[in-house]
Each structure stands twice: as structure tokens, then as C-alpha cells.
Design a protein around this ligand. Structure first.
Ligand code: NDP
Length: 286
């Protein structure tokens, strides 16, 4: 059996063109959705992510406004900028690109973004809403995961989902979304003994570890849906996921590639969260 490839790049293009229509009608009402991006320092990978986000915004007609701060910026410098963006009516969404330089407290900075503008969905307000399964801004990568499963027609309810990774950005919110969708969910981490024994039980396997090629063919149940969130830069400069794609695609039912899988859909979800924030702001200003 060869897995169906879930083409995240194509799905992202579809999503962006849907969003463009919504943005066109918002602009006709005098509202241009705006995303503010903040980069502290000059991490090359972060700069690429910011550029991809700006490009996707442009394609959807969303204004993106970038702010660079030097690596030496103090926490107060970053908080002052975030506060300014919180009060700027042209800004509907703000993201501070992670990771931050070590002297800055990422949690403190993330929580300073007004929850209405928290389009990454990392504020405790939005994470709490996710936990309660009530409307809120859902983190982009976990949303991308669910959107890709839905698009591929993968059933979730009553299935066993295994999430490998427990970060607040990916693993935990992905697990909660799967729980909310009616799956039975197991979450693994670096201390999980015999990872393969757990992952082999998964009808849906979501992998977000940052360990290239961690998941091999013998760790996957035949026919499973495998969502590879990992992005790893190999020695030869190529990108690879956390799943050994070539061998796992021979056994899985569905699989996402890297690059061209969860990454572009994550960016599309960020644009959608920004457009939704603008729609809400426009509604509350009427
Ligand atoms: P973190 O480093 O915050 O978390 C990694 C998680 O993986 C941790 O919970 C860790 O366990 C677990 N882990 C590490 N090694 C193993 C192992 N051998 N077996 C089982 N679990 C393991 O990373 P993120 O969640 O932020 O990101 C994960 C990956 O996803 C990265 O490659 C990142 O680049 C990528 N990413 C991709 C995005 C996209 O748009 N496609 C967006 C965000 C991230 P423990 O907690 O015990 O340390």
C-alpha cells in the first residue's frame, strides 16, 4: 500500500484564495486586516518564517507590518512595542516570532499580547478556551493538523490518536483538539519508554519532536494517518520531518510531506486567525 499524500502547499493556496475573498469584502467596508510581526535578533530560520508569513498575508490582501528589534533589546523594549501594537487599531493580530534571545522571557512576552490580537493562540485566555472547547483563537499548527485530517476525510471520532511531543505550541493543543473531536488520545514525550509500542496503536499519528527521522516504518500501524509537524535542517541543507517519509509512506494510509505539508498550512491558519480577528474587531466597532 502507498499512502495518500496530504498536500499542505495546495491546501494552503486554496485557503489563502478563500481568505482573499473575505478580505476584499472587508476592505470594501474600510477594514484592512493587519498583522504585526516582531523579530528580536536575526535568527536566519526565524527570518525565513517571517518572510513566508508576510508573503501569505500579501497574497490574501492582509497588511503585514514588520518590526525588527536588536538581539540586545531588553524585555521592557519588547513589552513597550507589544503595548503599542495592542493599542494600534490598524493591527488586528500580533506575533512575536519565537524563539526569543535567551535573556528574554517568552512566556511573559506572549502573555503581554492582548488576547483579541493573539493570532498565535498562545495566550492563557485562548488556551483556556481551547481546553473548555469554546470559541477562541486556536494555535496555528494544531489547527493546520486538524484541517489536513478533515480535508483528507480521515475519521477522528472514536479513533486512537497518538501525539508525539508535548510542547504548548504544538503537542498539547493538538492533543486537546483531538480530544475535543472525540478521539482517544495518548501523548508521548522524550521519556516515553518503547515509543514504537505506543505509536503502533495509532490510527492517527501526529509527530512534533524536532528529531529527524524519529518515526520509522516499524513504528506505524498499517493504514494510519501520519501528520509530520517536524522541520529539521539536515547536514546537506535539505529540510526533513520527524517521520522517515520514504519508508513510512509505504505503510501509512495518509501522510504529510516535509516540506510542503503542515508548514504552509500553518501559515495559512495564521492568516485566517488574523482575518477572523479583523472581522471580530469590525463587528465590535459597529
Ligand atoms: P519542542 O522542542 O518545544 O518540543 C519537542 C517535544 O518533542 C518535547 O515534548 C519532547 O519531549 C518531545 N521529544 C523530543 N525527542 C523525543 C523522542 N525521542 N521521543 C519522544 N518525544 C520526543 O518543539 P516544538 O513542539 O516547538 O516543535 C516540534 C517540531 O515541530 C520542531 O521540528 C519544529 O521546528 C516543528 N514546528 C513546525 C511547525 C510548522 O509550521 N510545521 C510549527 C512549529 C513547530 P520532552 O517534553 O520530554 O522534552
Amino acid at each position: 500500500m502507498t499512502a495518500k499524500i496530504i498536500d499542505g502547499a495546495a491546501l494552503a493556496r486554496e485557503k489563502i484564495s478563500e481568505l482573499k475573498q473575505i478580505v476584499t469584502s472587508l476592505r470594501a467596508r474600510g477594514v484592512t486586516p493587519g498583522l504585526a510581526t516582531v523579530l528580536v535578533g536575526d535568527d536566519p530560520a526565524s527570518r525565513v518564517y517571517i518572510r513566508n508569513k508576510a508573503r501569505a498575508c500579501e497574497q490574501a490582501g492582509v497588511a503585514s507590518i514588520h518590526h525588527d528589534l536588536p538581539a540586545s533589546a531588553s524585555e521592557q523594549d519588547v513589552l513597550n512595542l507589544v503595548e503599542r501594537l495592542n493599542n494600534d487599531p490598524k493591527v488586528h493580530g500580533t506575533i512575536v516570532q519565537l524563539p526569543l534571545p535567551r535573556h528574554l522571557n517568552a512566556q511573559c512576552v506572549s502573555q503581554a499580547i492582548a488576547y483579541e490580537k493573539d493570532v498565535d493562540g498562545f495566550s492563557w485566555h485562548n488556551l483556556g478556551a481551547l481546553m473548555e472547547n469554546v470559541p477562541g483563537v486556536v494555535p496555528c499548527t494544531p489547527r493546520a493538523t486538524m484541517a489536513m485530517l478533515a480535508h483528507a476525510g480521515v475519521p477522528v471520532e472514536s479513533k486512537h490518536a497518538v501525539v508525539v511531543g508535548r510542547s504548548v505550541i504544538v503537542g498539547k493543543p493538538a492533543a486537546i483538539l483531538l480530544i475535543n473531536a472525540g478521539a482517544t488520545v495518548t501523548v508521548c514525550n522524550s521519556r516515553t519508554p518503547d515509543l514504537g509500542a505506543v505509536t503502533r496503536q495509532a490510527d492517527i499519528l501526529v509527530v512534533a519532536t524536532g528529531r529527524a527521522g524519529l518515526i520509522t516504518r516499524n513504528m506505524v500501524k498499517p493504514g494510519a494517518a501520519v501528520i509530520d509537524v517536524g522541520i529539521n535542517r539536515l547536514h546537506d541543507g535539505k529540510l526533513a520531518g520527524d517521520v522517515a517519509f520514504d519508508e513510512v509512506k509505504e505503510i501509512a494510509g495518509w501522510i504529510t510531506p516535509v516540506p510542503g505539508g503542515v508548514g504552509p498550512m500553518t501559515v495559512a491558519m495564521l492568516v485566517e486567525n488574523t482575518v477572523s480577528a479583523a472581522v471580530r474587531a469590525a463587528g465590535s466597532n459597529r
